[in-house]
Design a binder for this molecule. Structure first.
Ligand SMILES: [Zn+2]
Length: 401
């Protein structure tokens, strides 16, 4: 890549993070020569990525024209695939959700049926017609899945609960179908990314816990997603659970969906909550019973509340370990189970503040996801926009010649 692309990415990045700027603002922030700044602005204006944003009030001299990032210069399609449901959205280039759809579909149906459902959603979202005068073009598609992802290749790797997805080339599938930039990541990584962007600036270290049907976590360290060597970092749901009171003597440890026994998820995930709330369910029915279990919890059922609080405390033990290890400034808790009432969050807080090292919890904030159920789709759109406007991607958005 040439230094021109680097410079363009730098200038555009300024507008994306700081809002509207004058020529003089750009010169001051980048240290580039005026003539270089003029060239960059010209290129970004002619590509439609910047637009005019009025003028500064005159202070006696010439009025200074302001420019702004044009989030309407393109559209993004994103799909947040969870263990038991799917949320898709049409977003602008700033990550704003313009339209969205949801559907309950288990990821265990396999890649072909689930991605077909994604295609059907995309077809129904009001994507403007492209071409001359036809509105903003589709610039990229991003997909998240509930398992480890080999990020550069856009493939799921050895996902414990995603039957049939191992090695499936999700990014390739998307690129072939839509002919645009494709991005694939783990579902909790993108939630962490979205919550990190939505939070106050200057927070470099964030731990995101998702408690839905399953349990997973995403780690932001020094402002970046920590993926690990194989993309499996943050797989907190399959750590051994530390139980406050051991199960009755002789009882077998709970069997997990990953094939192991005694995992955090096997005691505290949404499916384990459904299993404990409705004793006698067959194993394969627990995932499908999650929506009904959450309805009961929402209605204020005392037994459901007690079980949810217990799930929170078991999760709290695992989070306390992560807090001591990673020293995040913020722990964000999301996922449909955790966001049904405050019960899971209360249980987590109770244990984390008691268990973690005092230095690690001195100013630790534990909060629910600020973006609610949209953390995933918004995080996907923002991560995709970052990839499109990185030096390696920006050249493709400029007119040729
Ligand atoms: Zn497990």
């Amino acid at each position: 890549m040439d230094s021109g692309a680097e410079g363009l990415a730098q200038v555009l990045g300024l507008f994306r993070t700081r809002g509207s700027q004058t020529r003089a603002d750009v010169i001051a922030a980048t240290g580039m020569a005026r003539s270089t700044v003029n060239q960059r602005l010209e290129a970004l204006l002619s590509a439609g990525l910047l637009c005019s944003a009025g003028e500064n009030a005159s202070t006696g001299g010439r009025r200074a024209e302001r420019f702004a990032f044009d989030a309407d210069a393109g559209r993004l399609l994103v799909a947040d695939i969870g263990a038991s449901g799917l949320r898709t959205a049409l977003c602008d280039l700033g990550g704003r959700v313009l339209a969205e759809r949801t559907e309950e579909i288990p990821v265990t149906r396999g890649p072909e049926p689930v991605l077909k459902a994604v295609d059907e959603h995309f077809a129904r979202l009001p994507l403007p017609r492209t071409g001359p005068g036809g509105g903003p073009a589709l610039r990229g598609v991003a997909v998240s899945v509930p398992g480890p992802v080999e990020f550069e290749a856009g493939r799921a790797v050895s996902p414990p609960i995603m039957l049939g997805w191992d090695g499936f080339d999700i990014a390739g599938h998307v690129r072939r179908r839509y002919g645009v930039t494709a991005l694939v990541d783990n579902d909790v990584n993108v939630m962490a990314f979205g919550e990190h962007r939505a939070g106050p600036p200057g927070v470099g270290h964030l731990f995101m816990l998702k408690v839905g049907t399953g349990v997973g976590s995403g780690i932001i360290a020094d402002g970046r997603i920590l993926r690990g060597a194989q993309g499996a970092a943050g797989d907190i749901g399959h750590l051994p659970a530390r139980l406050e009171e051991p199960p009755s003597p002789g009882a077998e440890p709970a069997l997990c969906r990953c094939g192991n026994v005694g995992c955090v998820e096997a005691y505290a995930g949404g499916w384990a909550f459904a299993r404990d709330l409705f004793p006698g369910l067959a194993d394969e029915e627990t995932v499908n019973a999650v929506p009904e279990a959450l309805r009961l919890l929402r209605s204020g059922d005392h037994h459901a509340i007690r079980l949810a609080r217990r799930s929170g405390r078991i999760l709290g033990e695992a989070v306390a370990g992560a807090v001591s290890l990673l020293n995040p400034a913020v722990v964000v808790v999301g996922g449909q189970f955790a966001l049904t009432g405050e019960h899971v969050l209360t249980g987590i807080r109770e244990v984390v503040y008691r268990r973690s090292l005092p230095l690690a919890t001195r100013s630790l904030v534990i909060r629910p996801a600020a973006l609610g159920k949209r953390s995933g789709v918004i995080g996907l759109a923002q991560q995709l926009a970052d990839a499109l406007f990185a030096p390696s991607g920006i050249a493709e958005l400029l007119p040729r010649g």
